[in-house]
Write a protein that binds this ligand. Sequence first.
Ligand SMILES: C[S@@+](CC[C@H](N)C(=O)[O-])C[C@H]1O[C@@H](n2cnc3c(N)ncnc32)[C@H](O)[C@@H]1O
Length: 374
Amino acid sequence: MSDINKLTKTALFDLCEKHGITGYKYKNKTEIAALLQSALQQHNGESAPLTPTFVEVCAGGGGLSAGLIKSGFTPLLLNDNNKDCCKTLKTNHPEANVVCGSMADIDFAPYIGKIDLLTGGVPCQSFSQAGLRKGLDDPRGDLMMKFIDIVNLTKPKVFMVENVKGLLTHNGGDTIKTIIQTMEQSGDYVVQYKCLDASKYGVPQKRERVFIVGVLKTLDKVYQYPTEQPLTKVLRDVLTDVPPSNGAKYSADKIELFKLIPPGGCWVNLPENLQRQYLGNSFHSGGGKRGILHRLSMDKPALTLLCTPSQKQTERCHPVEERPLTIREYARIQSFDDNYVFVGSMNSQYKQIGNAVPVELARLMGESIKNLLW
Ligand SMILES: C[S@@+](CC[C@H](N)C(=O)[O-])C[C@H]1O[C@@H](n2cnc3c(N)ncnc32)[C@H](O)[C@@H]1O
């Protein structure tokens, strides 16, 4: 196969077809040749990959993948069905095989037995008990079922699903129970889950996410989640010398309100007449509502960053200025490197960052899984 680079693009397409290799259609000639070469080498056992490999579905703007790559994993395939996310993934990882489209439409047969880690931030909207009950053989099952199908087809050494904390209490705890039972149904995996707060893992943000990890029984290894870090990072650690970037703006009225709120404060710091005026009917509702008109503090981790930087119920004002966080500040708090590029409109960029697994937490998860594999 040493002459692979001399073949025409059509000949390369034909070879990909013949060997069941997907994701080549929108690549240039050099990229297709590289894809083909590495797939064929692995298939022939000519050269074992030097680093552990991963496949990620629902990869978003790439927080999880950036962290896994930092920990030493090589992506075999990155997927999302959002065009901006795919452009972001491709821009930051030009060598990676980025497949834009539904994870449900990808043919994973070429990856059977070749994946060290299969992972995905499978969206939570898809937790329908009905979908899960349809069973493993139903291709119309929801995305979580589809993910489990891909596990059972490709048999990765390890799989990992990341999701919101609400998964643990959804349907009174039945949903997570059903998911774990379905994941264990093949008898091939030991599955565990844990909710990790990013602020305990070197990220200046309180962000709780559930990580389900399944390990192939034949590995005969017990997976250990990363250990909590002794020091908590705060915003002061990351909000200095942030590169300039776009950012959302507040209305003149909101700016005046935030002038009255100290760092770490929220609507309760306003005089009562302004509290009533701003909250309207929800003034009398219960709960702390601390996300409303919340101003971050340089001396604490941020509250969980969301997909939009400014909403009435979930405000996260800059600690010392009357404005929402900029794109690059968002990225810093999610522990993306400053040179990580986000593609798309400003709103799309906020969404990609707000949806991401913090890169540092992903790196630690990657290390913990690598320890198991190597
Ligand atoms: C929570 S985000 C993933 C974030 C990612 N783990 C990260 O660290 O950046 C979920 C992603 O799933 C994508 N998605 C939703 N349905 C999908 C599908 N059927 N196939 C592929 N991606 C999908 C969304 O576009 C979104 O980017």
